[in-house]
Design a protein around this ligand. Structure first.
Ligand code: BYC
Length: 475
């Protein structure tokens, strides 16, 4: 059976728009991976028993076709392989191969670098599902529970996207890597996930909203650079993943909006900053969560100077954010860029060859984008007549990767010695008491139309349904 351009074949065991039926070898390989994926999902995916969930499933990759809504039982979700449509005549947009036709196969000389990029990307997807496994037990409403499950199934699909590339283009090594993606686990001491942020627990719903705002946003930027890749199947996969990613960030943005809104409301109502006894989350705690999730996400961009990123760019494997809109030669042979560095033991910057500074270039774009959330949340505070503001911490604050990992700094960027940092840490990052308090608020609210005390209801529901709709049903 062949598929029409853009449409997805749901008649197959693995829904796809890559004509899997005509590649028996690949189809068999993926069909043998499928039960292992399902086993992993049962063991590591959402643990809340339910009857069905109102979910969005992709039916075609064109402009509108990918958003089909239906009630689904989670393990029966139709995970599949969807690539954006091929752009005829596409050429390499940057690096040493600029202007040459893009590649439909992996060039031998770039095989290991491409595999590494795909494995790192692939590793984050199941990691986030593992991190969010227990959240279904304590959702503040059915609307939020449904959004969690939507994100989880899509992260599962993003894993499928990377596993397809590994199986289709990397032979035996690719199959081994695909297996390994199900064997590493978030937070495991023996076989942890590759990147730091994906081994941190997402212990409560405030952490979940911060994660989907800050860490999913790293996903947006990393996928955006891989979308520029000269390896066309990777580019097309990432383009489609980005469409799904937009909803995840929406959940984060509006999730934090709603927490801040409720906090502001309780502060006004009770005329106090300490709204804990009224069932709300004080702004101090929100700020400390924000500090943590922002700094841990900054680490995901790697070091400020990296020979890896220079090699990726020059080879055409990973571009810059919005590469085609940049007004330069797209080769960067002679240009330089300012990157963060320690200067006399303090946060400062140095000039380096531009190609080696591209992790910082991407991090800069990311930070600018993060500011939008802060503006929104501060507008909510302002409109409620509250003077306090939330802020992004300094980039030297609480870093474990890059130049600033060598020092301790406050959210304002002031350098602290080890002893002072230890003494003041709980001012800046969520303390045990903060985590315990937030955890005490996490009581499930699973009656349609009702919501927990610490968060405001959303302004709109999903796909024209109101907030009161029974987005998740139980047996
Ligand atoms: N933790 O040369 P450097 C998403 C390692 S999120 C631990 O500076 P490079 C999502 C690095 O591997 C997007 N280790 O780094 C969001 C290297 O190790 P080796 C994920 C780290 O290679 C929410 C060494 O340090 N996608 O999609 O220039 C939910 C030196 O590093 C970390 C991608 O990341 C860390 N944080 O850049 C679900 C895209 N950072 O080789 C999903 C693919 C670095 O010396 N990955 N290291 O042993 C890449 O583009 C790059 O590999 C990185 C690092 C940006 C990660």
């Amino acid at each position: 059976m062949t598929t029409m351009a853009g449409s997805i074949d749901y008649g197959e065991r693995i829904p796809n728009n890559v004509d899997l039926a005509n590649d028996r070898r690949l189809q068999r390989a993926l069909e043998s991976w499928q039960p292992k994926f399902l086993q992993w999902w049962q063991a590591m995916g959402p643990e809340l028993p339910h009857r069905d969930v109102y979910l969005r499933t992709a039916v075609a990759v064109g402009r509108d076709g990918w958003a089909h809504f239906d009630r689904v039982v989670l393990p029966e979700y139709r995970w599949g392989i969807f690539l954006a449509e091929r752009e005829p005549g596409r050429t390499v947009g940057f690096g040493a191969h600029q202007g040459e036709p893009v590649w439909q196969q992996v060039p031998g000389e770039y095989r290991s670098e491409l595999r590494r990029l795909i494995v790192i990307q692939g590793d984050t997807e199941p990691a986030s599902v593992e991190q969010q496994r227990h959240l279904g037990m304590t959702a503040p409403s059915l609307y939020d529970l449904r959004n969690l499950f939507q994100i989880n199934v899509e992260e599962g699909r993003h894993l499928w996207a990377m596993v397809y590339l590994l199986h289709a283009y990397f032979g035996r090594d690719g199959r081994d890597e695909a297996e390994a993606l199900l064997l590493r686990n978030s937070g495991s001491t023996d076989a942890p996930r590759i990147l730091g942020a994906f081994n941190e627990p997402t212990a409560d719903w405030l952490a979940f909203f911060m994660f989907t705002y800050f860490t999913d946003r790293d996903g947006k930027f990393q996928l955006g650079t891989l979308k520029e890749s000269a390896f066309d199947p990777l580019s097309r996969t990432c383009e489609f993943m980005l469409k799904e990613e937009a909803h995840h960030m929406f959940v984060g943005t509006t999730g934090v909006d709603r927490v801040v809104e409720r906090t502001a409301q309780l502060m006004r109502e009770h005329d106090t900053d300490d709204i804990r006894s009224h069932g709300g989350i004080p702004l101090d705690i929100i700020q400390r969560y924000l500090n943590f999730h922002f700094s841990v996400s900054l680490d995901l961009f790697g070091g400020e100077t990296s020979s890896n990123v220079a090699a990726y760019f020059t080879a055409g494997l990973k571009g810059r954010w919005q590469e085609t809109r940049r007004k330069d030669d797209h080769r960067l042979v002679d240009s330089t860029i300012a990157v963060d560095s320690l200067v006399d033991g303090r946060p400062g910057s140095i000039e380096v060859p531009a190609v080696t500074g591209l992790n910082q270039d991407l991090r800069r774009e990311y930070v600018q984008d993060c500011e939008n959330g802060l503006n929104r949340w501060n507008r909510i505070l302002e409109e409620a007549g509250i003077e306090r503001r939330l802020a992004l911490p300094h980039q030297a604050f609480s870093r474990h990767v890059g130049a600033f990992s060598a020092i301790h700094a406050t959210p304002a960027g002031e350098v602290l010695d080890d002893a002072e940092w230890e003494r003041r840490r709980d001012e800046f990052l969520p303390s045990r008491a903060d985590l315990d308090f937030v955890s005490s608020l996490m009581q499930p609210v699973y009656e349609p139309g009702r919501i927990a005390s610490w968060v405001a209801p959303p302004r709109v529901g999903i796909n024209d349904h109101g907030f009161e709709y029974d987005y998740v049903r139980f047996a």
